[in-house]
Design a protein around this ligand. Structure first.
Ligand SMILES: *Cc1c(COP(=O)(O)O)cnc(C)c1O
Length: 467
């Protein structure tokens, strides 16, 4: 047996990874050629890799390490719970303290009458639960044909067959029989890329009214729910125009459609409030949660459900659940994470102090020649790279070519920023300090400069001609 540790040379680890490890959302053959980057430890907002680099993680892992790395309190909570009760299920008329305590705490934190929690192991699983729950709800109410769920193109709701169908990622749909039947997609409120000559306000309204159009076409007696992220995350951190959400809310109310807010990224302080629904002023019937719930220290997700839906579902046997629904160790860690976020005032600090500080610096990036817009809410932001700001032009090169070059420059400068097409996105740990924000912006600026120079050298600063 090969003995592998953090002392194993990087090249050897890379070879073993290439030989045996299949990565998600990755062209594995290409990665194998290039060699994967190996992260060995982390603290606060900083990652260490196997080559000894110290990297500023402006993505909080995968949007999830809200509390930052290396919190011993979470380690201790896990160890305590593992010794006391490492596992028990919640299926057969049993429960346990961590699941009870976490459900009660979430009911306290969640707005309005969102008082009931169905646990899952991840965001994907939770959205599968939602898909089944809203259909079961309307069936139980005597309207079994009210089973269509409306979502949006370029939404991300997870990677299982159900949640991937709810999502609007065409690349995912293209690889295997998705979306499943009775999921309908409308266009996204992405003004920068799709708003044309309209003002953001008019465009926001128009995109919201696509929901009404879809409901009228399908028939209100056919539509069960609308699902959306308060702010699209994986789609490129797309903050909708201010007119969008109020109109969506009006339409859901008017046509008696359940509203599911996918809070997997927006939840737990990311937008400066406990939930993105509060920031956007919406009143969902169900919220999907995961990621920041445990700050990623252990996998856990769930659905927070309003009184009425929970009551209707409670009147029947809902034939659904996961072995790890309410896993005691994951619940104990999530509970401890929520305690720290609260007691250390981290959510408030994002809203009132570090968030506004980051916003000012981040929006300053628009004075860079490559940056068309820089938008941020709380601690999730994105910038649009463009060869021509005035016309909001796309690059002539295939979408993502320039974003990828920019991301490589960030990597080289020990900054983790992701690209979605030619948008660069950030979502740092919520504990990031002001000096660390300065370093983030400094490195972003340097990477943009290097990217700009590379584009000029390669002749890539060309705008695509308007079709
Ligand atoms: C990440 C994500 C999911 C899926 O969560 P997993 O834990 O990866 O299954 C669902 N919705 C949104 C908005 C996400 O960002």
């Amino acid at each position: 047996m090969t003995l592998i540790s953090t002392n194993t040379p990087t090249a050897e680890l890379q070879a073993l990874d290439a030989a045996h490890h299949m990565h998600p959302f990755t062209h594995n053959a290409e990665l194998g050629e290039k060699g994967v980057r190996i992260i060995t430890r982390a603290d606060g907002v900083w990652l260490n890799d196997s080559d000894g680099n110290r990297i500023l993680d402006a993505m909080a892992g995968l949007w999830c390490v809200n509390i930052g790395y290396g919190r011993k309190e979470l380690v201790d909570a896990a160890a305590r719970q593992m010794q006391e009760l490492p596992f028990y299920n919640t299926f057969f008329q049993t429960s346990h303290v961590p699941a009870i305590a976490l459900a009660a705490r979430l009911a306290e934190l969640a707005p309005g009458d969102l008082n009931h929690v169905f646990f899952a192991g991840s965001g994907s699983e939770a959205n599968d639960t939602n898909l089944r729950m809203v259909r079961a709800y309307w069936q139980e109410k005597g309207q079994p044909n009210k089973n269509v769920i409306i979502s949006r193109w370029n939404a991300y709701h997870g990677s299982s067959v159900g949640s991937g169908s709810l999502g609007g990622m065409k690349g995912m749909h293209a690889q295997g029989g998705m979306p499943i039947p009775d999921i309908h997609h409308i266009e996204q409120p992405h003004w920068w890329a799709e708003g044309g000559d309209m003002s953001p306000e008019d465009f926001g309204l128009a995109r919201a009214q696509e929901l009404e159009k879809a409901i009228l076409e399908l028939g209100a007696d056919r539509v069960a729910a609308f699902i959306a992220e308060p702010v699209q995350g994986a789609g490129g951190v797309i903050i909708p125009p201010a007119t969008y959400w109020p109109e969506i809310q009006r339409i859901c109310d008017e046509y008696n459609i359940l509203l599911i807010a996918d809070e997997v990224i927006c939840g737990f302080g990311r937008t400066g409030n406990w939930f993105g629904s509060q920031t956007m002023g919406i009143k969902p019937h169900i919220m999907t949660i995961a990621k920041g719930l445990s700050s990623g220290y252990l996998p856990i997700g769930g659905s927070i459900v309003c009184d009425e839906v929970a009551e209707v579902i409670g009147n029947t046997e809902f034939n659904h659940g996961y072995t790890y629904s309410g896993h005691p160790v994951a619940c104990a860690v999530a509970l401890e994470n929520l305690r720290l976020l609260d007691e250390e005032g981290i959510v408030t600090r994002v809203r009132e102090d570090t968030g506004p500080y980051l916003k000012e610096k981040f929006e300053g990036l628009t004075s860079h020649p490559l940056v068309g817009e820089a938008k941020i809410v709380g601690m999730m932001g994105s910038i649009a790279l463009t060869p021509d700001k005035a016309s909001r032009a796309k690059f002539e090169a295939d979408e993502g070519t320039v974003g990828f070059i920019c991301r490589e420059r960030c990597f080289a400068n020990n900054l983790i920023m992701r690209h979605v097409g030619d948008r660069m996105i950030i979502s740092p740990p919520l504990v990031i300090s002001k000096p660390e924000i300065d370093m983030l912006i400094e490195r972003a600026w340097k990477s943009l400069d290097e990217c700009h120079a590379a584009l000029k050298e390669k002749g890539l600063m060309k705008a695509r001609s308007a079709a």
